[in-house]
Design a protein around this ligand. Structure first.
Ligand code: GAP
Length: 439
C-alpha cells in the first residue's frame, strides 16, 4: 500500500477519526467505526450536503426511508437478478476473489488454479419474524435510491410539487463485497448521500450536465477539495450499470490512484417503470398545464459519504518536515497540519489557558469556553506546553485557537491564532464571536 496512505490510516486511528470495527475481537472485514473526531467531520459533511442539495433549493425534498423494505422492491429494481460481482475460488487455499479484479487467472495468494467464475449477489440477506424460510427472506438495502423511488408518489402528492423536482436521502447501505479493502474505500456497511431528480423526458441531457457541474462545485467550494485532485470521468458503454443510459464518475486522486467518490447516472424511467409494473400502482405524472401524462426520467447524483470523508482527509493531510513551530535543530520534528476547510472542521475553536495553575486564568478561560460553546464546536485544553497544544489542534484541523493569558485578566481580551498562518491577533472577548464568524 502507498506509504502516504499508510500514514493517513494510522493518523486517523491515532487521533480518533476511524477505528477498525470490533477491534478488541480481532476486527471484522469491511466494517469500521468512527471516533469522536470522525463523527463530527462526517456530520459536518452531511450537513453541508443537505444544506447545498435540499435547503438551498425549493424543489428538492428530504426523505428517510427504511433500511429493510418489501423484497419485491429488489426484484423490480433488478438487484435480485443482476446485482452481483464475478467470484473466483482457489482450488488450493479456497480463498475467494473478484474475478474482474484479478490480473491473471491464478490465485493471487498461493498461485493455485481457480475454479470457474460464478456470479455472487452482493445483497445481505436477513429474515423477518421468527421463521427463517423463503417467505420471510428480506435484504438490507444495497443503495438508498430505491427507498426514494417507492416514495416518489407520496412526495409528489403531499408536497404539492411539479416536475422537475428531486428527493434526497442520506443513509446506510450494505453490500457483501467479495474483497473489501483500501481502508474505508470499499466497505460492507457504508453511507450514501443520494438524490433522485425527476424531469420531463427530453430534459434529461440538460439536467445531467447541470448536476455534474453542481456536484463538482460542492466538492471544490463547499468541502474545499483541491480542484486538481478531482476529475469527471465518463463511463464507457460496457461499464454502465443495468439501469443507466449514461453515467459519469467523479474521481479523487487518492494515494491509491484516481478512484470514484460519486456516480452521476442518467437512469431514464427504468426504476419508475419497473416499480409500476411490479406494484401495479400507476406512477405516471400528469401535467395539468399541457395535459400530458408520462413517467418522468431521472438524473441521480449518488455520493459515498465514506469516500468523500476519506478524500477530504487525504486532501487536507499535510506533513511539514522539520516542523513549523519548533526553532532549534535538536527539537525539529515532523509536524502534521490538517488543512480542513473551517466550515467542516470537527473542532472550530480550541480554548487554551496559558497556564493551568493560576485559578484566575483557568476561570477566565472557562468563561470564554462557555461563551463560545453555544456557537461553535469547542475544545478546552489546559494540559502541556502551549506550543504542544497548538500542534495538537493543528493536527486535527482546528482553524482557531484562543489563548487566555495574564493580560486577559486586565484587558478582557485574548489571543486568536490562525491555524494555517499561525498569525496571532489580540481580540476583545466581546468581539470574539463576530471575528470568528467573519473569517
Ligand atoms: N444508487 C446508485 C448507486 O448506488 P454506486 O456507484 O453503486 O451507485 C454510489 O454507489 C456511491 O456509493 C459510490 O460512488 C461510492 O462513493 C459509494 N459506495 C459504493 N459502494 C461502496 C462500498 N462498498 N464502500 C464504500 N462506499 C461505496
Amino acid at each position: 500500500m502507498d506509504n502516504n496512505f499508510d500514514k493517513i490510516i494510522s493518523f486517523t486511528k491515532r487521533r480518533g477519526f476511524v477505528f477498525q470495527s470490533s477491534d478488541i475481537y480481532g476486527g471484522i472485514g469491511g466494517f469500521y467505526d468512527f471516533g469522536p473526531l470522525g463523527v463530527e467531520l462526517r456530520n459536518n459533511i452531511k450537513k453541508s450536503w443537505w444544506n447545498y442539495m435540499v435547503f438551498q433549493r425549493e424543489n428538492i425534498f428530504g426523505l428517510d426511508s427504511a433500511i429493510i423494505m418489501n423484497p419485491n422492491i429488489w426484484k423490480a429494481s433488478g438487484h435480485t437478478e443482476t446485482f452481483s460481482d464475478p467470484l473466483s475460488e482457489c482450488k488450493e487455499c479456497h480463498k475467494r476473489f473478484r474475478t474482474d479484479h484479478l490480473e491473471k487467472n491464478v490465485c493471487p495468494e498461493c498461485g493455485g488454479e481457480l475454479m470457474e467464475s460464478r456470479d455472487f449477489n452482493l445483497m445481505f440477506k436477513t429474515f423477518i419474524g421468527p421463521v427463517e424460510d423463503n417467505t420471510s427472506l428480506a435484504y438490507l438495502r444495497p443503495e438508498t435510491a430505491q427507498g426514494i423511488f417507492v416514495n416518489y408518489k407520496n412526495i409528489l402528492n403531499t408536497q404539492r410539487t411539479k416536475i422537475p423536482f428531486g428527493i434526497a436521502q442520506i443513509g446506510k447501505a450494505f453490500r457483501n463485497e467479495i474483497t473489501p479493502g483500501n481502508f474505508i474505500f470499499r466497505m460492507r456497511e457504508f453511507e450514501q448521500m443520494e438524490m433522485e431528480y425527476f424531469v420531463k423526458p427530453g430534459e434529461e441531457e440538460k439536467a445531467f450536465e447541470y448536476w455534474i457541474d453542481q456536484r463538482m462545485n460542492w466538492y471544490i467550494n463547499f468541502l474545499g477539495i483541491k480542484k486538481e485532485n478531482l476529475r469527471v470521468r465518463r463511463q464507457e458503454k460496457e461499464e454502465l450499470a443495468h439501469y443507466a443510459k449514461g453515467c459519469v464518475d467523479i474521481e479523487y486522486n487518492f494515494p491509491i490512484g484516481w478512484s470514484e467518490i460519486e456516480g452521476i447516472a442518467s437512469r431514464g424511467n427504468f426504476d419508475l417503470f419497473q416499480h409500476q409494473k411490479f406494484s401495479g400502482e400507476d406512477l405516471n405524472y400528469f401535467d395539468v398545464e399541457t395535459k400530458e401524462k408520462y413517467l418522468p426520467y431521472v438524473i441521480e447524483p449518488s455520493c459515498g459519504l465514506d469516500r468523500t470523508f476519506l478524500a477530504v482527509l487525504c486532501d487536507a493531510f499535510t506533513e511539514i518536515e522539520g516542523g513549523r513551530t519548533t526553532t532549534t535543530e535538536s527539537n525539529k520534528e515532523k509536524e502534521i497540519l490538517l488543512k480542513l476547510k473551517s466550515s467542516i472542521a470537527p473542532i472550530k475553536v480550541a480554548v487554551l489557558p496559558l497556564v493551568k495553575n493560576k485559578e484566575e486564568i483557568t476561570k477566565k478561560a472557562r468563561e470564554v469556553f462557555n461563551l463560545l460553546k453555544d456557537k461553535f464546536s469547542c475544545q478546552y485544553d489546559e494540559t502541556g506546553a502551549i506550543g504542544r497544544r497548538y500542534r495538537r489542534q493543528d493536527e486535527i484541523g482546528t482553524p482557531w485557537a484562543v489563548t487566555i493569558d495574564f493580560d486577559s485578566l486586565v484587558n478582557d481580551d485574548v489571543t486568536l491564532r490562525d491555524r494555517d498562518t499561525m498569525s496571532q491577533q489580540r481580540i476583545k472577548i466581546d468581539n470574539l464571536i463576530s471575528t470568528i464568524n467573519e473569517n
